[in-house]
Design a protein around this ligand. Structure first.
Ligand code: HEM
Length: 329
């Protein structure tokens, strides 16, 4: 077939091929589905609008799903795969079990997209779009989502346990886990701002309230009033699943209050407060900047989300477009 100049340009626009260090890599592009599924963005947006109207917290749960997907073998929807007799998936790994939510919402989004464009849009891209919509629907900034990811054939239980940061990680460990994914110290602070929405279970912050680092004392970086408030809903034993908002001021509003909380020693998770109170103060000025300026936070959050969304995508003929996000075809 003889390619006309226009056809060639169209191919170049949908699958940018970048050669770096002799490695050929397909890049994600924002117009990937323009001809194959022109309504995908509207379909996902409308499904997310219904889901968030039904339960505001769902925005947070979807955003977290995307993060937990990207940190384990890249943004490839591996987190959505169920366990099989021959594969231990990510859903039951320590950071995810009894914690990740929103799988049913992704199923609805996928079903809606499939009925318009069967076999075309990956679960990984649906999750990327849904996360952006989650932020926007909660009052946060918007951005153009880069697309063209494909879905993995495998998942990694051990990768989920090893790569995902824990709420009791110190700053050095958090920085290392982000750098292992190609993300900077600034990305760490900016993306942690996602904790401006959503909830955490008592089991994930109890130690700070009663026996921080085995000292038998509460975490000294917790404000006294906030400590008392948290203790009343998170006893020293039991009630592991009791919830507290990650941002005590505005739990369903995407804003910069999370950073104000850190400055006021009211971060919920140890990993949150570490960004402001650690002896290694490399993150402190960034927290201060965002606490003072939601504009600065809103300007940087999209860039960091795009960087996170670029972690090792499967492109070209790698992986597949799953029909059902729970299982490979
Ligand atoms: C910096 C390291 C991070 C740590 C240690 C961490 C840890 C956690 C923990 C322990 C929870 C509560 C889970 C539960 O109690 O069941 C949580 C919730 C959440 N995380 Fe993170 N997280 C981190 C970064 C991120 C990032 C980068 C994002 C997204 C860009 C994110 C988005 C969320 C959201 C939105 C929730 C609330 C989910 C809901 O309400 O369903 N987190 N995180």
């Amino acid at each position: 077939m003889k390619l006309t100049f226009t056809t060639w340009m169209a191919i170049m626009a949908t699958t940018l091929i970048v050669v770096s260090n002799g490695v050929v890599q397909a890049q994600l592009t924002s117009n990937f589905y323009n001809s194959s599924c022109p309504n995908v963005q509207a379909i996902v947006r409308s499904g997310m609008r219904s889901a968030v109207q039904k339960e505001a917290r769902m925005a947070a749960s979807i955003l977290r799903l995307f993060f937990h997907d990207c940190f384990v073998q890249g943004c490839d929807a591996s987190v959505l795969l169920d366990d099989t007799p021959t594969m231990q998936g990510e859903k039951n790994a320590l950071p995810n079990a009894n914690s990740l939510r929103g799988f049913d919402v992704v199923d609805t989004l996928k079903a809606n997209v499939e009925s318009s464009c069967p076999g075309v849009v990956s679960c990984a891209d649906i999750l990327a779009l849904a996360s952006r919509d989650a932020v926007v629907l909660s009052g946060g900034p918007t951005w153009n989502v880069l697309l063209g990811r494909r879905d993995s054939l495998t998942a990694s239980y051990s990768g989920a346990n090893a790569n995902l940061p824990a709420p009791f990680d110190d700053l050095n460990t958090l920085i290392k886990k982000f750098q292992a994914q190609g993300l900077s110290v600034s990305d760490l602070v900016t993306l942690s701002g996602a904790h401006t929405i959503g909830q955490a279970r008592c089991v994930n912050f109890r130690a700070r309230l009663y026996n921080n680092d085995g000292t038998g004392e509460p975490d000294s970086t917790l404000s006294t009033t906030y400590l008392q408030q948290l203790q009343s809903n998170c006893p020293s034993n039991g009630s592991d699943d009791n919830l507290a908002p990650l941002d005590l001021q505005t739990a369903t509003q995407f804003d910069n209050c999370y950073f104000n909380n850190l400055v006021n020693q009211k971060g919920l998770l140890g990993s949150d407060q570490e960004l402001f109170s650690s002896n290694d103060s490399s993150t402190t000025p960034i927290v201060q900047k965002y606490a003072q300026s939601s504009r600065g936070f809103f300007a940087n959050f999209p860039t960091s989300m795009i960087s996170m969304g670029n972690i090792s995508p499967l492109t070209g003929t790698s992986g597949q477009i799953r029909t059902n996000c729970h299982a490979i075809n």
